[in-house]
Each structure stands twice: as C-alpha cells, then as structure tokens.
Design a binder for this molecule. Structure first.
Ligand code: SF4
Length: 101
C-alpha cells in the first residue's frame, strides 16, 4: 500500500465516525510515512509514535489503527497518541440542541 492508498483507507475509516484525520497536512504526511516505513520494515503497519521493542506481539498490539479510544489521551486530549486521529467537534451540535429546548 502506498501513501495515497493508505490516506484513502483512513479517510474511509473515519467516515461517519466521531473522529477525523488531523488537518495538519505536514503532520499527517509524517505519520503516514512512518506507518508505511514500519509496514515495509516489519510487515505490520505499526504505530510510528509508540515504543517498539521489535517483538511481533508488540507490533501487532500497536498496529494502526490501534484502540486509541480506550486510551487516556483520547479522553484528555481528544486525539490518538500520534495525533493522526482527532475527535470531531460537537460544539455546533450542542448549541443547536440547547436552542431547541
Ligand atoms: S496512536 Fe494513532 S497513529 Fe498510532 S497506532 Fe494508534 S491510531 Fe494509529
């Protein structure tokens, strides 16, 4: 999978979800490059930001997308560890709901 294919995969993955890809294009490109490099190096598209001791078990555990919504950083900072995915803003929806009541 090349970078464009991977980007399209993540775009589809985020469709209709409460999270989206980062809008910082430079950061996005850096993470995608890291993921592709790990795919080539390890045969697994493991996270480029998390510690990696080279064990297959850890590479699989950190395969992207990981279970980032179970991690504290999602609750505290509304993003995955790498910042590839960010929570979609719900500010507009909340305001609309408040106006309706
Ligand atoms: S932290 Fe983000 S980039 Fe890293 S594996 Fe999880 S979802 Fe992918």
């Amino acid at each position: 999978m090349d970078k464009e294919q991977l980007l399209n995969f993540y775009k589809k993955f985020t469709e209709g979800k409460d999270f989206k890809l980062t809008e910082n294009e430079e950061h996005l490109d850096m993470i995608l490059t890291g993921l592709i490099n790990n795919q080539k190096k390890h045969g697994i598209r493991s996270c480029p930001c998390k510690a990696n001791n080279g064990s297959k078990e850890q590479l699989i555990k950190n395969a992207c997308p990981c279970k980032f919504k179970e991690e504290e950083i999602w609750t505290k900072e509304n993003r995955c560890w790498c910042g590839l995915f960010e929570r979609r803003s719900t500010a507009g929806a909340s305001a609309d709901t408040a106006d309706d009541s």
